[in-house]
Write a protein that binds this ligand. Structure first.
Ligand code: GAL
Length: 339
């Protein structure tokens, strides 16, 4: 195992965790994010996630790509919620709703970082204190995110958090996979297998409507493993409404809960999480950013954002209230196999 550091601009640092098999995971303290993940295949070394080459580019082009999102991933309708009978209001930053914890949140902060390694794994722990009333959320919240790369070719993300006042907490990692290693190719020919029987229906503002729909008989049925293009190629209203996938899928008990395979079948990513759902967004960006000197393809990436489904509070999808002084813990891992 090996860890190196270099400047990433804007006061940020790029950490490279490298395992004994030549896998390299690049992460930065700007937004506690994953920047690149290089994996060796029979077709050469490929970077399997979207990312930019400097801190400046993230701040100019897209602050969510690869970042830790919080305090609440997804949308809070009208920025309104109630905890223990007390109403709160968070900053509205998208169509009157609070998206990804409000503007300039976890994803644009410079987190403190600490690295560690032993014979089997290397890790970076990022910490950040979100102050009481930041973006309207109650409580001083200490957040810790640890990224680990193991010699079994697993990238693991662990969260820990504690607040002095009851608050909302539902973080995620906004990683986008593109297993072709080529940002000009869309993800349509990737095969996705998902242990999910149901998804949350969304409206034109990508707010969960409260309807939970069976995937059976819809293009959102990935239980047996299907090409992602089966969604793009239909006029199914849930596709046309948001231009692809931008949906929470409720996860069944399974190991792994999701498998993503590259078109050339040289890379497989397996997801394991203790979170109850995964939001899959297929990067229908407008405008499409330049990335590594090339224009990112429409549908040029696919997220596997593990979390409690957005709409949790309004529709009872799960509990995202973190009681005062209670420690929040969760973890998600991505195991990569290459040929
Ligand atoms: C996703 C969200 C999308 C979009 C994206 C950020 O999690 O569901 O609608 O906002 O983040 O570009």
């Amino acid at each position: 195992m090996n860890i190196t550091e270099k400047e990433f601009g804007q006061g940020a640092v790029l950490y490279r965790l490298e395992n004994d098999n030549g896998y390299k995971l690049d992460v930065t303290n700007l937004g506690a994010r994953i920047v690149a993940f290089y994996v060796p295949t029979r077709n050469g070394i490929k970077n399997i996630v979207l990312g930019f080459d400097s801190a400046e580019e993230y701040l100019q082009k897209d602050t969510y790509i690869g970042a830790t999102i919080g305090r609440v991933a997804g949308r809070i309708k009208d920025g309104n919620f109630v905890i223990e009978g007390k109403p709160y209001h968070t900053t509205q930053n998208e169509k009157g709703n609070t998206l990804h914890g409000g503007p300039n949140n976890f994803e644009t902060k410079l987190w403190l970082a600490e690295t560690k390694q032993n014979l089997h794994e290397a890790n970076v722990t990022f910490t950040y204190t979100s102050l009481d009333d930041e973006q309207g959320f109650p409580g001083n919240l200490d957040v810790k995110v640890t990224y680990t790369l193991t010699n079994d070719n697993v990238w693991q993300v662990e969260y820990e958090a504690k607040s002095d006042i009851a608050t909302l907490f539902n973080p995620t990692n906004h990683v986008y996979f593109n297993l072709t290693g080529d940002v000009t190719q869309n993800v349509g020919e990737h095969t996705l297998q998902l242990a999910s029987e149901k998804f949350a229906v969304v409206d034109a503002d990508t707010l969960a409507t409260g309807e939970v729909r069976s995937v059976a008989g819809t293009p959102f049925d990935f239980r047996r493993g299907e090409k992602v293009a089966q969604v793009f190629d239909t006029d199914y209203e849930q596709n046309t409404l948001v231009g692809g996938l931008d949906h929470p899928f409720f996860l069944e008990k399974a190991e792994p809960q999701a498998v993503l395979v590259s078109p050339a079948e040289d890379i497989k990513v397996e997801l394991l999480t203790d979170e109850p759902s995964v939001v899959i967004f297929t990067a229908q960006f407008d405008p499409l950013p330049e990335m590594h000197g090339q224009k990112l393809a429409y549908h040029g990436g696919l997220t596997l954002e593990t979390q409690v489904s957005p709409g949790a509070l309004e529709h009872g999808f799960g509990d995202i209230i973190l009681p005062a002084h209670k420690t929040f813990k969760s973890q998600t891992s991505f195991k990569v196999t290459t040929h």
